[in-house]
Design a protein around this ligand. Structure first.
Ligand SMILES: Cc1cc2nc3c(=O)[nH]c(=O)nc-3n(C[C@H](O)[C@H](O)[C@H](O)COP(=O)(O)OP(=O)(O)OC[C@H]3O[C@@H](n4cnc5c(N)ncnc54)[C@H](O)[C@@H]3O)c2cc1C
Length: 393
């Protein structure tokens, strides 16, 4: 379990600040945004309730090309050129293993190392503080457990809870549109990035075994937030032949939300950027974190107003909505299909070369790694809706 390095007791002094930019959340989305503000001359404060990289809540597998584009390759633990899908035939029969060649590779990485490297690319002050809420205005006031912070430009990269949302109703599991994810990280090794589409663990969802050097990250994700996954995770560990040890988990949003709200930017899980069905959330969090950072930078440099920045960022986000809706429909079909021969047929179809090439081209285009080098501060254009929808759907 992560050691809590966060300041406690007397070390937890009062915090009051006036800054140009406040980034709430120091994980993928928040650190990606902060990176884009380097050299802007602005005062940038990043807050998180934990130290940077202290609390891993993910299996941490991402496209290798994203990690290299962001120069985060030193954190890579293991690289995979194919996906392995294990599933009992018809949901009950003998286990059938299928290998899906990837047109690009995925890598598992070390979370603290990645966060440290990404943070080093930014230029900001960091404070540990728990964000509680916001009073909105031309200059927002963000309330934390250590005091108030004022900033005209605020990004909520706080994850699924969307703490700074204007909505009166809090996002509350198990009623909300959330997937439940739980995993363990025992010592072990394997060459395969493995998914199990097996109703013995979960019907509406999937399980995974992701190797990362000398550890296995294995767990179960249920699209139905009411279905608990601790017992299935223990059964999975038992089937793989490893002890469970400490559990780590989190909620994952599986519906796209709003990218902005009353003068605040949202990126990553707080905006619902984690993809439905696959629950791939790191790549979109990095993508939208960079995009939000670039829009904020253009405001700091006097090239656009905050209102324009918010509108441009929201437009970019909306270009992906149709794709997210398609993935949401795929996700909804998994529960009814899992445990039937129709799922076997669906998996056979997606393995065909034609489908595979088509799918992966579209899937990559949701958050392509070229975006990293596409330039900072508003040099990306939020494309016309129709054009982008065709390119990414
Ligand atoms: C078990 C599991 C396995 C997963 N595996 C993968 C995977 O292999 N690949 C993949 O692409 N995606 C995976 N995901 C999804 C992925 O982890 C998320 O989509 C991704 O972490 C979102 O990044 P983020 O920066 O938006 O939010 P987060 O990574 O959730 O970061 C939010 C940050 O905000 C901080 N915070 C939260 N609330 C407060 C508060 N009130 N005050 C101060 N700070 C706060 C947190 O400490 C955290 O640092 C997995 C998810 C789970 C649950």
């Amino acid at each position: 379990m992560a050691v809590r390095a966060t300041k406690r007791g007397a070390a937890r002094t009062a915090l009051s600040a006036d800054v140009d930019v406040l980034i709430c959340g120091a994980s993928f989305a928040g650190l990606a945004a902060a990176r884009e503000l380097r050299g802007s001359g602005a005062s940038v404060l990043v807050v998180d309730r934990y130290e940077i990289g202290e609390r891993q809540t993910s299996a941490c597998a991402a496209p290798t090309e994203w990690l290299t584009a962001l120069q985060l390759h030193h954190s890579i633990r293991q690289t995979f050129h194919e996906l392995v899908i294990r599933r009992p035939r018809g949901g009950r029969g003998p286990v059938w293993t299928t290998r899906w060649r990837l047109p690009w590779s995925y890598s598992t990485f070390d979370y603290p190392a990645l966060c440290a490297d990404l943070a080093a690319q930014g230029e900001f002050r960091f404070e540990t503080a728990k964000v509680d809420g916001i009073t909105r205005g031309e200059t927002h006031t963000v309330h934390t457990d250590r005091g108030d912070i004022r900033a005209p430009l605020v990004l909520d990269a706080l994850g699924w809870r969307q703490v700074l949302a204007a909505a009166s109703e809090p996002i509350q599991p198990p009623q909300a549109d959330l997937t439940r994810g739980l995993e363990v990280h025992p010592a072990g090794a394997s060459p395969d990035l493995e998914f199990r589409v097996d109703p013995a663990y979960v019907r509406a969802g999937y399980s995974w075994v992701f190797p990362a050097g000398d550890e296995l990250r294995l767990g179960v994700g249920s699209y139905d937030p009411a279905i608990k996954v601790k017992q299935p995770t223990m059964r999975l560990a038992n089937a793989v032949g490893v002890p469970t040890g400490e559990f780590q988990g989190n909620w994952i949003p599986h519906r796209l939300r709003g990218a902005t709200g009353d003068g605040v930017f949202f990126a990553g899980d707080s905006a619902g950027h984690c993809l439905p069905a696959t629950a791939e959330g790191i790549r979109p969090a990095l993508f939208f974190g960079l995009a939000a950072g670039r829009e904020v930078r253009a405001v700091l440099e006097g090239r656009q107003t905050r209102a324009t920045a918010l509108a441009r960022y929201a437009a970019l986000h909306e270009t992906r909505r149709r794709t997210y809706d398609i993935f949401w429909n795929v996700q909804r079909s998994v529960g009814p299909l899992n445990g039937t021969y129709a799922m076997d047929a669906a998996l056979r179809l997606i393995r065909t070369q034609r489908f595979s090439e088509y799918f992966f081209r579209r899937y990559r285009a949701i958050a392509p790694p070229e975006f990293v080098s596409r330039g900072r501060s508003g040099t990306h254009r939020a494309p016309a809706r129709g054009r982008q929808a065709r390119a990414t759907a």
